[in-house]
Ligand binder design. Structure first.
Ligand SMILES: N[C@@H](CCC[C@H](N)C(=O)O)C(=O)O
Length: 300
């Protein structure tokens, strides 16, 4: 399964609605990936919801489409573009774990060690970092309230917002919005109870991904993320980057190389040039197949 790429999939047939997909995961964050470069694909919000649902479709936490880079992206060195959709069908700006998976597919295709991918969060540089390991540079990370976005000015290093033990958080944007709260005992925290209150607070007009981080030592964090649109994921790449950045900003870390433990495993984060994050972690294949006339045909 390690050498699957869209080159080995049958060509899409837009008339029959015959679309090859590859399902991958980045540290148990699951993605359905469609290649939109070989023909027009018109997915509406309902299609995305159905494909991401494991009862009616393939099942995944995001749907990703690989597209041709725009003229500007191409000029900036992008080999291809990717779009990211949550399970509610809404497009989002960034997904760290997904970027690693798409980078792996594109590197299989080009045979190279490095690739640049255009996203709504900019052209992201990705490189091989070992067997089924990819590094992605994400950022710049912003704490400007307008860029997160917030509904009004507040101190983004000390959010005036509380939901149980989630208090005195940090708000950031790394292409998508996050709020990170430092807690004493992550294992005892009921994220499903407390995080939705923050996620749906009117301070966040676009909603927010809610992270709870426990400092284990000065270069290690434990993290849980309640992602938009309301899912406790086993890992969140952008969440790990902003948690590491927030911990540095709050003076909780002495090293800019931080290991973030999530329930599915660990991601290595390095904060560079003040506001960029290099995230390194694994990618893996689940299965591939095609979606035809609304049905999923599997090829394991
Ligand atoms: N799991 C992702 C983040 C996916 C997007 C998020 N749900 C949002 O709404 O912004 C990651 O690995 O970064």
């Amino acid at each position: 399964m390690t050498h699957i790429s869209f080159l080995s999939c049958p060509p899409p047939n837009a008339l029959l609605g015959h679309w090859p997909f590859i399902k991958m995961h980045g540290l148990q964050n699951y993605f359905v990936i469609l290649d939109s470069r070989n023909g027009p694909k018109c997915l509406d919000q309902g299609d995305i919801v159905r494909i991401c649902d494991s009862h009616t479709g393939v099942g995944g936490e995001q749907l990703l489409t690989i597209e041709h880079a725009s003229h500007e992206g191409y000029k900036a060195g992008a080999y291809a573009a990717m779009r990211i959709f949550n399970t509610d069908g809404k497009e989002v700006g960034a997904c760290g774990n997904a970027t690693r998976c798409v980078a792996h597919l594109l590197l299989e295709e080009t045979g190279g060690d490095e690739v640049q991918i255009e996203t709504r969060a900019g052209v992201l540089h990705c490189r091989k970092a070992g067997s089924m390991q990819i590094s992605v540079t994400l950022g710049p990370i912003s704490m400007d309230w307008r860029r997160i976005p917030l509904a009004n000015y507040v101190d983004t290093l000390h959010l005036p917002l509380q939901s149980g033990p989630l208090k005195d958080g940090v708000a950031l944007n790394i292409g998508n919005p996050h709020a990170v709260f430092f807690v004493d005992q992550l294992e005892e925290l009921d994220m499903a109870h407390y995080a939705p209150v923050v996620q749906n607070d009117s301070l966040f007009p676009d909603g927010v991904n809610v992270g709870a981080a426990e400092v284990l030592d000065e270069q290690t964090l434990r993290l849980a993320v309640w992602e938009r649109p309301g899912i406790l994921t086993k890992s969140c790449g952008t969440g790990a980057c902003v948690a590491a950045y927030a911990a540095l900003k709050r003076g909780l870390m002495t090293s800019s190389r931080i290991v973030v433990h999530l329930s599915a495993g660990s991601l290595k984060i390095e904060i560079l040039h003040g506001d960029m994050a290099v995230m390194t972690g694994p990618v893996a294949f689940c299965c591939h197949g095609f979606i035809e006339g609304g049905k999923v045909i599997w090829n394991h």
